[in-house]
Design a protein around this ligand. Structure first.
Ligand code: IPE
Ligand code: IPE
Ligand code: MG
Length: 261
């Protein structure tokens, strides 16, 4: 995994190869989180029903997962369904769940091939039994993989996650002074994982829509006008290159001497 692997994969002389060559292997984000948005607009532009946008978005998921794994990222988190998305018509929600199940069944072999560990974050218990079964199956089958961790955020809400962590803290019987930021972070669905370094949102909306509220405290945010079903390896590489040009300060002062370390 890493840039040599990427270079062996992308077609020689292609624009993607040029992008890979520009990347600084020492400054890849450990965790990339993506708000996959714009499926409905993609379909509307083609006078198609919204669900066709969701269907087309699966190719983007496949491409993104494989690119991130080949780059050697530690964690990829994709926002697939929010706790607020239940407000949508039942037929759209139903199709999303069917597509998810189909994706998992079809892609399990690819996840294994790339040594990817699959994980779900969100209120999984509230999902339908057949969906839960498929999710657990994929998580169990990939549990011993040691490559990239692929989180799918499903029935996920950032506030719900914080409330769930607070409940866990209270149920543990710990004393108030024992609850530090570090301990609280470990009680979130993403406990033990690095926070996202780069948060990507497709289709131009400048909001976080209740995604990873705690974890994105210092994430670099990258918004592209590209609609999710059009998002490909090239767009991901462009986002990572833009990320590498940012100066992260974490509340401190500019430290050019430290750049690249
Ligand atoms: C993102 O696309 C997919 C989900 C939220 C499940 P949308 O369905 O939100 O597409 P737009 O924003 O309406 O274009
Ligand atoms: C965010 O997109 C949720 C997912 C991508 C799963 P939405 O389309 O639901 O967000 P809003 O409604 O535009 O804020
Ligand atoms: Mg949307």
């Amino acid at each position: 995994m890493g840039l040599p692997e990427m270079l062996a994969w992308v077609p020689p002389g292609s624009p993607d190869e040029a992008l890979v060559r520009e990347l600084d292997p020492a400054r890849l984000p450990a965790h990339v989180a993506i708000i996959m948005d714009g499926n409905g607009r993609w379909a509307a532009k083609r006078y198609m029903p919204r669900v066709e946008g969701h269907r087309a978005g699966i190719t983007s998921v496949r491409d993104t997962v494989e690119t991130c794994a080949r780059l050697g990222l530690k964690v990829l988190t994709l926002y697939a369904f929010s706790v607020e998305n239940w407000k949508r018509p039942a037929t759209e929600v139903g199709t999303l769940m069917v597509l998810l199940k189909r994706y998992l069944r079809m892609e399990l072999a690819t996840l294994q091939k790339h040594d990817i560990r699959f994980n779900v974050i969100g209120r999984v218990d509230d999902l339908a039994d057949d969906v839960k079964k498929e999710l657990l199956h994929a998580a169990e089958r990939t549990a011993s993989n040691t490559g990239m961790l692929f989180n799918i955020a499903l029935n996920y809400g950032g506030r719900a996650e914080i409330v769930d962590a607070a409940r866990r803290a209270m149920a543990s019987g710990m004393r108030p002074e024992q609850l530090t930021e570090e301990v609280f972070g470990s009680l979130l669905y993403t406990g033990g994982q690095p926070d996202p370094d780069l948060l990507i949102r497709t289709s131009g909306e400048l909001r976080v829509s209740n995604f990873l509220l705690w974890q994105i405290a210092y994430a670099e945010i990258y918004v592209t006008e590209t609609l999710w079903p059009d998002f490909r390896r090239q767009h991901l590489l462009e986002a990572i290159l833009a990320f590498q040009k940012r100066e992260r300060r974490y509340g401190g002062i500019a430290a050019p001497a430290l750049a690249g370390r």
